[in-house]
Design a protein around this ligand. Structure first.
Ligand SMILES: Nc1nc2c(ncn2[C@@H]2O[C@H](COP(=O)(O)OP(=O)(O)OP(=O)(O)O)[C@@H](O)[C@H]2O)c(=O)[nH]1
Ligand SMILES: [Mg+2]
Ligand SMILES: [Zn+2]
Length: 299
């Protein structure tokens, strides 16, 4: 007779190499191993698993609502799945890469995930320059929140709590921008929630090395996902012809070009180039479009 025992459901709250930490609906955390050789499970995944002693074996992955990932030259790096929103965190210092910011926003747009930008460390004099660099993003309708997580945590909380409560949010950004500081501010007992997993996976370092899920409230209605900082952010999964439609400021100008298949590079009568010349698209945004398009053309 076929084993009729129903599989347990669970949520992946940490993923590191071959191990994943799965949380049961009752809130118990079980170390699980995927059945196959290679694990492509990510934090936020819903799975079905079977107990095996103190640990568990993942038997099935439930269909994902969405998946945020980057595609570098040779490898795919998945960040997390089943997200309500993305918060891209940048800081006044170190100076942020607008290329990385734009790439994260394009990846989110392509995955159908709403993105917001957080500018941290506004206590630094360099904040004015950072604020100015973010103006094109405000203009294209992206919400930009400004705060100083360390210098003025109360104001930061008041801004962030309404945005984050009852939602699952991935916090993404370069190293040193304050992702872990944000989690520690918003999550009661953040250390206790990850406890041994974090200790074991991070081996006591300050820098985050694995993606981890944190509940925002005791009712488990909202969560933050902390992730390691990144350097590279490849977009090789994006179709070059679709790139402009994933950049809201360029998208707003589409339909004006003389050629229906215009790539907005050197074509005569291009509405996007005309908009750059008029000042309706920021020059650096157009440069980033060209930079990414060149990259996509090489594959
Ligand atoms: N001046 C200033 N420094 C801050 C503020 N918020 C965080 N920092 C500092 O920025 C540094 C980096 O913070 P983390 O929270 O570890 O950054 P992270 O994004 O988690 O970094 P990775 O884990 O390496 O990706 C720490 O030294 C914080 O104390 C702020 O509001 N103002
Ligand atoms: Mg960190
Ligand atoms: Zn064009």
């Amino acid at each position: 007779m076929i084993d009729a025992q129903p599989l347990d459901t669970g949520l992946v709250v940490a993923a590191h190499g071959r191990h994943v930490m799965v949380e049961t609906p009752e809130g118990v955390r079980v170390l699980c191993h995927p059945r196959g050789k290679k694990s492509d499970l990510v934090v936020g995944d819903r799975v079905r698993w079977l107990p095996a002693g103190d640990e568990g074996v993942i038997e099935a992955l439930e269909q994902r609502r969405n998946l945020l990932f980057r595609q570098d030259d040779w490898k795919t790096k998945s960040f997390a799945a089943n997200l309500d929103q993305l918060l891209v965190l940048v800081a006044a210092e170190p100076v942020f890469s607008e290329s990385q910011l734009t790439r994260a926003l394009i990846a989110a747009e392509s995955a159908g995930i709403t993105a917001h930008i957080g500018l941290n460390k506004i206590d630094k004099p360099s904040a004015a320059a950072a604020r100015e660099r973010l103006q094109p993003y405000r203009d294209m309708g992206i919400q930009v929140l400004e705060f100083a997580l360390k210098a003025d945590p109360q104001a930061a909380l008041a801004l962030l709590q309404p945005l984050l409560q009852h939602k699952v949010t991935l916090v993404l950004g370069p190293s040193g921008t304050g992702k872990s500081t944000l989690i520690n501010l918003l999550v009661p007992q953040a250390q206790a929630q990850v406890g041994e997993i974090s200790q074991a996976l991070n081996s006591g370092r300050h820098t985050t090395t694995s993606t981890l899920w944190y509940w925002l409230d005791a009712q488990r209605s909202g969560a933050l996902i902390d992730s390691p900082g990144f350097q590279e952010f490849g977009l090789h999964h994006i179709d070059a012809a679709q790139l402009a439609t994933l950049m809201p400021d360029l998208r707003a100008q589409l339909g004006q070009c003389r050629f229906y298949n215009c790539m907005h590079r050197h074509e005569p009568g291009c509405g996007v180039i005309a908009a750059v010349e008029r000042g309706d698209i920021a020059p650096q945004r157009y440069r980033l479009y060209c930079e990414i398009l060149d990259e996509l053309g090489k594959t």
